[in-house]
Each structure stands twice: as structure tokens, then as C-alpha cells.
Design a binder for this molecule. Structure first.
Ligand SMILES: Cc1ncc(C[n+]2csc(CCOP(=O)(O)OP(=O)(O)O)c2C)c(N)n1
Ligand code: SF4
Length: 351
């Protein structure tokens, strides 16, 4: 894999935040994702959100599983703590991270495969525990990293790279979060930074589990059967002289639309999704209404975006579990390991 060092830019006219940091201080290494991948837009939004929130990058813990989405924490906040875990197990790592040090801002980045297929149980329990973290699902309906198999969020009838249609009903992370009682649920689109950045900022500041499902197109695995420009057609009609592959450059899809309005987005393969932004008067504190509204608009073929539900008074994991306020790393050794007499006393309490 090629690796290009990002040049440092230091110019007196660069905007700085209250900490004296520039946006560059919130970036990571150069992305190796496909040009035009929605995940890069999400990365840019995360960088902007943390820059604007003026959070010191070294006070952040970023965690992920496996997938193209799982790679993205490398591309933001290079000064942050980071752990790239096993496929689908990011929520367990995040739970440990948040539990061990409540002073860090915990950010988990996942994919729809990572969260809704192999890691579904993990996600459910992180929601149930109300782990204090921002949880972003970069949702493209496929397993991008392993070349475009359907994920559990793929819609019925959507076509895979090889033309086969998906026939299994999707798991909607927003409806899942609402039905499990997640205390902050939102949805956005990677190309709509006007909406995504404020949602990310709100999710970071929410005390408890902040779930944001971001529709994030995969440009590489959306070409379809019948196209004379598809990889398959090209391979079948060429005489290869070397083993080579080429992923065409695609422009980022950007979008701006008003609250209450719908916007049709044409994806790179020509398919269309219809987004509806919640209206100004929408009440996100009413979970049942939020669920009914998302379902109603879904029936009409629309994907509702915006802050869909928030419950601020719910105790988060620390409150429920009674964890120590001091981060474990700051506790003296005697506090962390009180000795065998204390252990015996504890065990006696359970007999
Ligand atoms: C235990 C395990 N099973 C399967 C895999 C293979 N694998 C790697 S990434 C991936 C799916 C990634 O899809 P998604 O989470 O949607 O992320 P994307 O690449 O689309 O961003 C799979 C199945 C793995 N790495 N580990
Ligand atoms: S394969 Fe798809 S999800 Fe992965 S980097 Fe390329 S466009 Fe993004």
C-alpha cells in the first residue's frame, strides 16, 4: 500500500480555535480510501466538529472495528488515543475505554457490516448500557473492504456489483436504536455537512450513547449488470497484459437542503435515495412519535435525517454502575490493588 506523508502547513492566516490549534491539528494521515468514498466526507466532518468544539485532540479516544470505515480513525485526530479492534467488537473496547477513563471523549467509528452483522449484539449492549460515547455508523449497505457483499442494512431489491438482488429485509440502525431506548439517535448523509457537523457536535456533548447513522456511499461497489462501463464488462472484453485494477475517480456528493424538505440524491451508480430532513417543530424527546415518523416516511420511500431522539435525563453507564470518578490511570497502586484481605472480604460478601 502506498503511503504519502501529509505536508505540514503553517501559515499565519490559517484559522485557529481557542486552544490555538488549526484544523490540521485535528487531521490524521492521508486517506487511502477510494476517491469519492463517503467515509472521507465523514472524516472531514469529524475533524471540523472537534476543531469547532475546541476539544484537545489528546483528550479523545478513537476506537473502531474492521472495514473501510474501521480505517477512518487513522485519518483524523492523529494526537488522540486509538485502538483498531476486532471486526464487530468496537463497542466492547469502547465500553472498557469509557469505563476506565471518563475524562476522555470516546468516539467509535463503525460500518453497517461491523455494527449490524457480526457486531449486532455488541452494539445492542452498548446502547443498553448507555455508554458515554459518540457512535458513528458509516452506512453504505455493503461490506466495502471485502469487495461489496450485501450488509444487513441493504434494502430489498438493491443490486450487488454482480447484479444479484438482495431479498432479505434490512436492519435499520435508527429503528433499532429507538426500540432499544438509545438516548440520542440521529441520521445524516455524508455529503450534507451543514447537518452532519452539528449532529456530530451534539453527539459528542451528549452524556450517554450518541448514535449517528450516516448514509455514506461506496463508490467502488455500486456499478451494475448491463453497464458497458462496469468492471465486469470491461474485464470480459479485454485482453489483459498485466494483472491490474483501476478504481475510477468519483466526485464527492455534496448536498444542502432546508429543514422539513426532501432532497433526492443521485448515487454514483445512478440509483437514487430520497432524504427528508426533520422539520423545525419536530419533537425529538418523544421516542414513540419518532419511531412512528421514521416508519411512516420509510413507507413513503423516504429516509428521515436529523436529530430523531434525545433523552438527556437517562443515567449513563457510570451512574448505573457506580464507577470511580478518577480515571483508573490516575489511581494510586494501593487503590487499584487493595490486597488479598480486601479481596477475601469481598468474596465473603457473596457467600
Ligand atoms: C471475524 C471476522 N470476520 C470477517 C472478516 C472479514 N471482513 C472484513 S471487513 C468486513 C465487512 C466490512 O463492512 P462494513 O463494516 O460495512 O465496512 P465498510 O468496509 O463497508 O466500510 C468483513 C466481513 C473479518 N475481518 N473478521
Ligand atoms: S471500497 Fe467502498 S467503502 Fe471502501 S474505500 Fe472504496 S468506496 Fe469506500
Amino acid at each position: 500500500m502506498t503511503w504519502i506523508a501529509k505536508p505540514r502547513v503553517a501559515h499565519p492566516s490559517l484559522p485557529i480555535n481557542a486552544l490555538g490549534l488549526t484544523r490540521r491539528d485535528y487531521e490524521g494521515t492521508m486517506s487511502t480510501l477510494c476517491a469519492g468514498c463517503g467515509h472521507d466526507s465523514v472524516t472531514a466532518a469529524v475533524i471540523e466538529a472537534f476543531f469547532e468544539l475546541e476539544i484537545p485532540p489528546h483528550r479523545v479516544a478513537k476506537v473502531s472495528g474492521i472495514g473501510c470505515s474501521g480505517k477512518t480513525p487513522t485519518y483524523f485526530l492523529s494526537q488522540a488515543h486509538g485502538f483498531n479492534g476486532v471486526h464487530g467488537r468496537m463497542p466492547a473496547i469502547a465500553t472498557g475505554t469509557a469505563g476506565a477513563n471518563r475524562d476522555l471523549v470516546c468516539v467509535g467509528i463503525s460500518g453497517d457490516g461491523d455494527s449490524l452483522s457480526i457486531g449486532l449484539g455488541q452494539l445492542c449492549h452498548a446502547i443498553r448500557r448507555n455508554v458515554d460515547m459518540l457512535y458513528v455508523i458509516e452506512n453504505n449497505g455493503v461490506y466495502g473492504l471485502t469487495k461489496g457483499q450485501f450488509s444487513a442494512s441493504a434494502d430489498i431489491g438493491s443490486k450487488a456489483k454482480r447484479g444479484a438482488a438482495n431479498f432479505q429485509p434490512p436492519i435499520d440502525p435508527v429503528l433499532l436504536g429507538l426500540s432499544l431506548g438509545a438516548t440520542f439517535v440521529a441520521r445524516s448523509f455524508s455529503g450534507d455537512k451543514e447537518q452532519l457537523i452539528p449532529l456530530l457536535k451534539a453527539g459528542v456533548q451528549h452524556r450517554g450513547f450518541g448514535l449517528i447513522d450516516v448514509i455514506s456511499p461506496c463508490v467502488t461497489f455500486n456499478d451494475h449488470e448491463g453497464s458497458t462501463k462496469s468492471y465486469r464488462y470491461t474485464r470480459e472484453h479485454m485482453a489483459p497484459v498485466t494483472e491490474a485494477d483501476y478504481v475510477g475517480r468519483q466526485p464527492e456528493i455534496a448536498l444542502s437542503y432546508e429543514p422539513g424538505a426532501t432532497a433526492e440524491v443521485q448515487m454514483h451508480d445512478g440509483s437514487r435515495v430520497l432524504l427528508r430532513k426533520v422539520a423545525e417543530g419536530f419533537d425529538p424527546t418523544d421516542r414513540d412519535s419518532a419511531y412512528a415518523y421514521v416508519r411512516e416516511r420509510q413507507e413513503a420511500g423516504e429516509i428521515v435525517t436529523g436529530l430523531l431522539h434525545i433523552r438527556e435525563e437517562a443515567p449513563e453507564m457510570h451512574g448505573v454502575s457506580g464507577t470511580v470518578e478518577t480515571p483508573l490511570v490516575d489511581l494510586p497502586f494501593e487503590g487499584l490493588c487493595p490486597g488479598s484481605a480486601a479481596l477475601e472480604k469481598l468474596q465473603r460478601g457473596y457467600r
